[in-house]
Design a protein around this ligand. Structure first.
Ligand code: ADP
Ligand code: ZN
Ligand code: ZN
Length: 745
């Protein structure tokens, strides 16, 4: 019989997880010992008996076998909260590929000695009417932050200090000034109690529509069953999804359970958070990247101790160890930020489903533009699907115009703004209404297209666009196909065949040139680098300090700009021709979400989409706000090409100091899987190829892609490749795995 060994951690804490000890598993315990269980082991010179946690099981050991001590017994007390965390870490490691330590550090918080907590809040001192008058006076004097603070206090008697500082973006000095003037009071308490006192709570509860009520009822009903399952809410922007989440969470709490509410960091806005604070008071806690390690640890401790019922936060909030988790809600389920960019490269959706099934909790996914993954599985009956097609009240969806940039060029317009967009911008400037101009996040994409006819150079084997490399070669980074860049367009013969380069700065310059006098705010990676400046730009725009906001990532849920009546997408193609198979999906999401930004107030909105490919299905269906139509075309393409979600994809990234080393290893690895798994039907191995970013900070990058319909086949391929690489000559190189990648390498 082969020996098996258990990796055991004695002190389970984030900063101690690299101290792993190996023990032999005696045959009589073989079945009982698995990742997560507590075991009694002999420890140290004196073999003192200690309790530890099993974090991994292996068939090999690096030590002489006879020196390894044996596990004494499995702990009788059963599974603890920590056990579950370790099971999740083990799952992350095996499903996504990472070290045990990296997986454990993902799920365990950093331990920290914590000072006694002090909870601060901002209290209103005057009546609502007096406060409103003071706010108006401040606005008159252009004291915008003061006005903003006082306006918020008209409806709320008390607000959490962090919400005011971080999300309402009011400086501490401003608060002190207002306190001196007697408008408000900053209160310090050492214990938590309800931080939000609302003047009239009933105001905040709209009468739910039958559709909303039905979804809440069905999800809550499922929570009483053994396997509550996964529920997908597809609802247009503003259809009342958040109201549904609030309803579900409220009832889950009433059942004595807790809830995790995932929201992408960028959408954790004042308005959204306030709705949760108002509904759940001090039983809710917020997690975000600005919290210190100590603050995060404190949240986790409060959750474990049962002091809070709801945690709101981005991806990492998923690992909150609640004693009785009832539901995980994931808003904006399609967002890319739900996928971790560092190892383990887990997706929050799949991880949420795994955690929920361990805890017997329900998962609720929500989006106006569901990911292909989620909608596909709903279609297969794995998720339950709910549709919300209308907005409450009489607010209508905006009117969408499409501008054909090829025709603009033909007719002599070389500006960034087509004539339609320019006319509408002028109208808005004259009428004192606001405009948002949107440019895709990546200032330029490597693709090459014809400005005269819109033809895009694509790989004949992979049907994704080719990337232009420094050497003038057009390269497919999936399969390595290369061709020389032609001198003229192969379709229409025009010489205007070129890469597309434009950034937000150029847009800002163009506005100054073509609309002198317009007040412009710019939001991109450069202007938002500083902490809080993101909130600053948004609140300045909300206060109408600018006419035009130019940005890359402002598709923000929870931020309503009632003054915005025009949204322009400058070049939809930038996202359309990314060199990966998700380009169409991303474009559709982007255009649909952008369109949803217009006309949130009383006045109806208009949207202009400028593109070189007005006939592309992503553009056409986005303009019609037709998700099902888009999905039908997109899934047909994925089926034809065998791309996720129809099949699964494993990207292997090889990073090496010496170019040839990476190339060689890639070739060896490809040859190895082709041989070792040659009998697995349907397994495709593509590459190796130079990555789309072939060199990054002096490290060379090569990729290898594997595809198969069964995820577990790819997990096996990963395990085998990992072992194969261990046996290779040690060079300066690393290998990383990414399952169903969101980004191109
Ligand atoms: P979503 O999350 O789908 O974007 P929200 O839940 O934020 O939608 O709702 C959009 C707006 O409609 C909010 O101002 C919300 O208060 C309001 N609303 C939601 N449900 C109702 C309802 N049943 N009756 C009236 N107003 C509603
Ligand atoms: Zn052409
Ligand atoms: Zn190719």
């Amino acid at each position: 019989m082969t020996e098996r060994y258990a990796d055991v951690i004695i002190d389970i804490a984030h900063e101690k997880v690299d101290k792993v000890f190996q023990y032999r598993i005696p045959p009589e315990l073989a079945e009982a010992v698995c990742p997560g269980v507590r075991v009694h082991v002999p420890f140290g010179r004196g073999n003192q008996e200690k309790v530890g946690y099993v974090v991994d099981i292996s068939a090999e050991t690096d030590y002489p076998a006879e020196k390894i001590k044996a596990v004494i017994a499995v702990d009788e007390r059963g599974m603890s909260a920590e056990s579950r965390q370790i099971q999740i870490a083990y799952w992350l490691k095996s499903q996504y590929g990472s070290t045990t330590i990296a997986a454990l550090k993902t799920v365990l918080p950093v331990r920290q000695k914590q000072k006694p907590l002090e909870k601060k809040s901002v209290l209103r001192c005057l009546t609502p009417a007096e406060t409103a008058r003071a706010a108006a006076a401040c606005a008159e004097k252009h004291q915008r932050a003061k006005a903003r603070m006082l306006e918020a206090l008209v409806t709320e008697e008390e607000l959490p200090y962090e919400l005011v500082r971080q999300k309402l973006n009011v400086a501490a000095s401003t608060l002190q000034a207002l306190e001196k003037q007697g408008y408000l009071k900053i209160e310090r308490k050492t214990c938590y109690r309800n931080p939000v006192r609302v003047t009239d709570r009933r105001e905040d509860r709209p009468v739910l529509h039958p559709v909303q009520q039905r979804i809440i009822d069905e999800v809550v009903q499922s929570c009483r069953e053994e396997h509550p399952g996964v529920h997908l809410v597809h609802g247009v922007t503003g259809s009342g999804k958040t109201e549904v989440y609030l309803g579900i969470i409220e009832q889950v709490i009433a059942m004595g359970k807790q809830a995790i509410m995932l929201i992408p960091e960028i959408a954790l806005t004042y308005q959204t958070l306030l709705r949760f604070y108002k509904r759940f008071g001090d039983r809710v806690s917020v997690m975000n990247s600005t919290l210190s390690a100590g603050e995060k640890y404190d949240q986790i401790e409060r959750a474990k101790a049962g002091e809070i019922d709801v945690i709101i936060g981005p991806r990492s909030a998923l690992f909150t160890p609640f004693p009785h988790l009832g539901v995980i809600v994931m808003d904006e389920e399609h967002e890319n930020s739900y996928k971790s960019e560092t190892s383990p490269k887990y997706h929050a959706r799949e991880t949420a489903i795994q955690i929920a099934s361990l805890c017997g909790a329900a998962v609720v996914l929500g989006s106006a533009t569901p990911s292909l993954e989620a909608y596909y599985r709903a279609g297969q009956g794995q998720y339950r699907l709910y549709e919300m097609k209308e907005r409450p009240g009489s607010r209508v969806l905006p009117m969408v115009h499409i501008t054909d940039l090829r025709r603009e060029l033909k007719e002599g317009n070389r500006s960034m703004f087509g004539r339609k967009l320019r006319d509408l911008m002028e109208e808005r400037l004259a009428g004192g209404e606001q405009t948002i101009l949107f440019l895709n996040r990546r200032g330029y994409a490597g693709f090459v297209s014809c400005r005269a006819c819109g033809h895009v150079m694509k790989c004949p084997h992979c049907d994704v666009s080719l990337s232009e490399h420094r050497n003038g070669l057009l390269t497919c980074h999936y399969c390595g196909y290369q061709e020389r860049k032609p001198g003229k367009c192969p379709v229409c013969g025009s010489p205007y065949l070129m890469g597309f380069k434009a950034g937000t700065e150029q847009v800002e310059e163009a506005i100054h040139r073509e609309f002198p006098g317009a007040r412009v705010l710019r939001m991109d990676a450069d202007t938002t680098r500083k902490k809080e400046s993101y909130e600053k730009i948004l609140s300045a725009f909300a206060d109408e300090e600018a006419d035009i906001l130019v940005g890359t990532q402002m598709i923000v849920k929870g931020h309503d700009f009632p003054g915005v009546t025009l949204v322009g997408v400058l070049a939809a193609d930038l996202s359309l021709n990314r060199n990966d198979y998700r380009a169409g999906e991303r474009t559709f999401q982007l255009l649909t979400q952008a369109a949803g930004r217009a006309g949130r107030g009383e006045r109806p909105g208009e949207v202009v989409i400028q593109t070189y490919q007005p006939e592309h299905y992503s553009v056409v269906y986005a303009a019609r706000q037709d998700y099902e139509g888009f999905y039908g075309e997109e899934i047909a393409y994925r089926e034809l090409m065998g791309y996720p979600p129809v099949e699964h994809m494993l990207a292997v990234l090889i990073v090496s100091r010496v170019q040839e080393d990476g190339e060689k290893l890639g070739e060896k690895m490809a040859a190895f899987v082709r041989k070792a798994m040659g009998d697995v039907k349907g397994l495709r191995v593509i590459g190796p190829a130079e990555a789309s970013i072939g060199k990054l900070s002096d490290w060379y990058r090569h990729t290898l892609y594997l595809r198969h319909g069964d995820y577990q086949v790819l997990v096996e391929a990963k395990d085998r490749l990992e072992r194969f690489c261990k046996e290779q000559e040690q060079r300066e190189q690393t290998v990383q795995f990414d399952f169903d990648p969101m980004n191109t390498y």
